[in-house]
Design a protein around this ligand. Structure first.
Ligand code: B3K
Ligand code: ZN
Length: 888
């Protein structure tokens, strides 16, 4: 196997040519597509004799000419990944005709067919599989695109920008021409050809321009577009209000496609979406999906400024657009719903999955220094940690200065391809702050640990916090420089928040402040603290760190009940549960059987009583936060907190604690469930979603009790449900219940669900995933059978994520079965996908890369599986990079 090349940020060189204009002509047929490109170049240094080198992969070159003169073979050369023309003038137009086969493109990158429609996905480097091109984000040009295709099969022909012409041709063909006035890099190019219908809407921008909003789907889905349309309008308004950003074309289009590697893509004026991220109806879509659709529609829309108008100079700057845009969409969601709920969900995800990534072999900085395959870097680190880093800038500057900084950034760099440093420079220029040390967040991988110890002096009424930071080594760097860490904090007394002053700081006394940690070790002295406090640290998760503070369960109970920071209340509930579950893990297998710490029981009871009060309208507490506070940390999160993961103990201890809570508080949970189980027309508003979340949490505990009666309740919720949230949560409880009594109900419900939804491919994904994530020991054989099910499609990423991902990434107890059969199963899938869809292959591989976190036997088996993959003669760059880095 040839060794793929590593690309380094340090090797960046500015492009040698400016691309003044791009004209593309697509002729689409069933067995090929012909692409004619006319590219007008201007050399950047007029007297240079640089060759023109264009990217290109898997293309059949039909003809090539410069300024109308055909080039003979001696004038150019073609390799696996580029076209080189050694001698060119300073100003010229290159015309190339290439042929490709979209109908055979299963990688879902470049131009491909999804079901009956043609579509594209060009980010990051897919455009080079369409035609020869300077396929790098810092080469931006104005595009004119003409598409020709059969009119009956492809009545709708779309590309970026505005439609400027159309016409009929012989043999039932037609053409449409599009022009995008905004210069853009090739990764934002899009083309769609299909038999689609559209839902239209209108938005009037703040300056009074009317924009046509158009969502294209297959005819069967036209009734599932309203939610995305409303989400888009909200996002457009929010970006005007909060960032002063107006939309800049006359039309904004979204197209839904079934086969898509990611969630969606922000192509200029023509977003392409995975159907799962745009289609919604109460009968088929869960509450979580309603909210994630709103967030993704907004995210892609927000890219119009943070990504498109101002784009990335090179792919090492990916977080410039992704981290910033995730931060923007998170704030949008917070403004649309419950801020604390959104924060807790995001942090829970980050701590569970991004922390694991940051501690594994693929750990990389938010701005990586090198990569083999850029597709491998669309990660939680670049997206979610990147967003946390932007959030820290926001909290260091405050909302007003941050807005000045973003205004300056957009104004200064409009139409440019820039770097993370340019973003920081704008923030520096408006604030006068020094971000030098802060840049370590971008350049150093790994999750910092912050060890905090507190000491109260009752005579002096002072409270000292000693703060030490460290960061474990990661593949790219052993020794880390200290981070600049904003620590939002408060001090909580017996009755609630205490006021305090920070020594040597002229600031007034307050109950909350943000202290900046910059040293490896520093001590903070708080004065006028009237009683011994429990510190509330990293409020609202003010920095993406792991906190080490030795809270007792009593301390945690105080935070849960008295802290005025919603995030810290939830966090304390999780830390208490982690600690209690860990005790149970220690004692599993002992006689007598381990008990559950009474302090957890007591706290749980209090929370449950609060939930009942709130559910009966007697208090204003956020029902969804109560649901999250009552929910035990997931197995995945528990695993992330262990040095060596004990797969079985983690699973069994968690099950045991949950069952204990369920049995002890069955009556209260039953009351809570009954209160919330009122017939009510479905609505996806914040309050209704919260009510359902709490109801489902109650049901989950009721079922965990093992009582027959609870199973009947779940079955009844399933049967009478008029919305997917109720229906699916009940199904999941039945399928995941391992009680004997559940077997018949489980089979019956799965069959009923199938009969009802067999024709709805998105709902069928849930049917696959709920079965794949069952802890029942027979799950692997079920999964194998399901792979042959007529509703499964091995080339559809949503199906793969549901079934293969469901088993390998969301079912630790089965995937990590001691026999190693889970590993063998995944390796087989990786080999198949390596050839058909390398991006999917490399993503699904993640659970195997974490082998260092398991016991010796599993380590060996996982490593062996990875080594065997390496023997494959034609490993894709995607898989090669992940496997070699994992084994290094
Ligand atoms: N920018 C795209 C992701 C493209 C992934 C390419 N492998 C979606 C987004 O982040 O908005
Ligand atoms: Zn994005």
């Amino acid at each position: 196997m040839n060794n793929p090349k590593t690309i380094y940020l340090a090797d960046y060189q500015a492009p040698l040519f400016t691309l003044e204009k791009t004209k593309l002509n697509f002729d689409l047929y069933e067995n090929h597509a012909e692409v004619r490109s006319e590219l007008t170049f201007l050399a950047n240094e007029s007297n240079s004799a640089h060759p023109l080198v264009l990217h290109g992969q898997g293309l059949t070159l039909v003809s090539i000419a410069i300024d109308g003169t055909v080039l003979d073979d001696s004038r150019y050369s073609v390799s696996d990944d580029c076209l080189t023309i050694p001698n060119v003038l300073t100003h010229f137009t290159l015309t190339c005709i290439t042929k490709i086969e979209p109908q055979n493109n299963t990688s879902l990158e470049g131009l491909y067919k999804s079901q009956k429609m043609f579509c594209t996905q060009c980010e990051a480097e897919g455009f080079r599989t369409i035609t020869y091109f300077p396929d790098r984000p810092d080469v931006m040009s104005e595009f004119t695109v003409r598409i020709t295709a059969d009119k009956a099969l492809y009545p709708v022909l779309l590309s970026n920008g505005n439609k400027i012409g159309e016409g009929a041709l012989d043999e039932g063909r037609h053409w449409v021409e599009w022009h995008d006035p905004h210069k853009k890099p090739s990764y934002l190019f899009a083309l769609v050809a299909g038999d689609l219908v559209n839902l239209d809407g209108y938005f009037t921008t703040s300056s009074g321009r009317e924009v046509l909003l158009r969502i294209y789907v297959e005819a069967k889905d036209i009734n599932k577009c309203e939610h995305a349309m409303q989400s888009l309008k909200k996002a457009m308004k929010w970006d005007e209000d909060v960032y002063g950003r107006e939309y800049d074309l006359d039309v904004f289009m979204i197209v839904a496609v079934d086969d898509f590697n990611m969630g969606a893509m922000e192509n200029k004026g023509l977003n392409i979406f995975n159907t799962s991220c745009v289609l919604a109806s109460s009968a088929t879509t869960t509450d979580e999906s309603f909210l994630s659709i709103e967030a993704i529609v907004a995210h892609e829309y927000f890219h119009n400024w943070s990504g498109n108008r101002v784009t990335c100079r090179d792919w090492f700057q990916l977080s410039l657009k992704e981290g910033f845009t995730v931060f923007r969409d998170a704030e949008f969601s917070s403004d649309m719903g419950s801020r604390t709920v959104k924060r807790v969900e995001d942090v829970n995800m980050l701590r569970t999955h991004q922390f694991a990534e940051d501690a594994g072999p693929m750990a990389h900085a938010v701005q990586p220094a090198s990569f083999i395959e850029i597709s491998n870097f669309y990660t939680l680190t670049v997206y979610e940690k990147g967003a946390e880093v932007v959030r820290m800038i926001h909290s260091l500057l405050g909302a007003a200065l941050f807005r000045q900084g973003s205004d300056l950034y957009f104004e200064r760099h409009d139409g440019q391809a820039v770097t993370i440093d340019d973003f920081i420079k704008a923030m520096t220029d408006v604030s006068g702050r020094d971000f030098t040390q802060f840049m370590n967040w971008y350049r150093q991988a790994g999750t910092p640990r912050v060890k905090v110890r507190g000491k109260y002096n009752p005579d002096a009424h002072t409270y000292n916090l000693t703060v030490k930071q460290s960061c474990p080594p990661t593949p790219e760097c052993e020794m880390k420089l200290p981070f600049h860490i904003p620590m939002a904090m408060g001090l909580i007394g017996l009755e609630g928040p205490l006021s305090f002053t920070l020594k040597d700081n002229a600031g007034e006394s307050s109950t909350h402040r943000v202290v900046e940690i910059t040293e490896k070790e520093q001590t903070l002295v708080f004065e006028n603290v009237r009683e011994e406090p429990v510190p509330s640290l990293f409020r609202d998760f003010s920095a993406p760190i792991k906190l080490d503070f030795q809270y007792t369960l009593t301390d945690l109970a105080r935070l849960i009940t008295r802290d005025d920071d919603g995030f810290c209340r939830w966090d304390a509930s999780q830390q208490m549960a982690v600690s209690v579950i860990k005790d149970v893990m220690q004692a599993l297998g002992n006689e007598p059987a381990p008990t559950v710490n009474p302090q957890l029981l007591e706290t749980h009871k209090q929370l449950l009583e609060q939930a009942i009060e709130a559910a009966s309208g007697k208090s204003e507490q956020d029902l969804q936060m109560l649901a999250y506070t009552l929910t035990l940390p997931s197995e995945e999160y528990l695993s992330e907190t262990q040095t060596i993961i004990d797969v079985e103990c983690t699973h069994h201890a968690r099950v045991r604690v949950k069952r204990k809570l369920a049995q002890q508080f069955y009556g209260l949970y039953h009351d809570l469930y009954t209160l919330l189980d009122k017939p009510k027309a479905y609505s996806a508003d914040t309050q209704s979603i919260a009510e359902r979340k709490l109801k489902h949490t109650a049901l989950s505990y009721l079922v965990a009790s093992g009582k027959q009666e609870a199973l009947a309740l779940a079955k009844s919720q399933f049967d009478k449900a008029d919305n997917m949230s109720d229906e699916f949560s009940a199904l999941a409880e039945l399928v995941h219940s391992n009680s004997q009594a559940a077997i018949a109900l489980k089979e019956e419900s799965l069959a009923a669900f199938y009969t009802k939804w067999a024709d709805d491919t998105l709902v069928m994904n849930r049917w696959f995933s709920v079965q794949a994530s069952s802890s029942n020991p027979t799950t692997l054989s079920t999964v194998k059978q399901l792979m042959d099910h007529p509703s499964f499609d091995k080339n559809n990423p949503n199906k793969l994520r549901a079934l293969i991902g469901g088993f390998c990434s969301r079912n630790a107890i089965c995937f990590h079965d001691r026999s190693g059969k889970g590993y063998a199963f995944l390796s087989q899938r990786i080999l198949e996908l390596n050839d058909s869809n390398p991006q999917m292959a490399s993503r699904l591989l993640a659970p195997l890369t974490r082998w260092k976190k398991y016991d010796d036997q599993r380590q060996q088996s996982m490593r062996q599986t990875l080594s065997t993959l390496l023997e494959h003669p034609a490993l894709s760059k995607d898989v090669f990079e992940v496997v070699t880095k994992s084994l290094a």
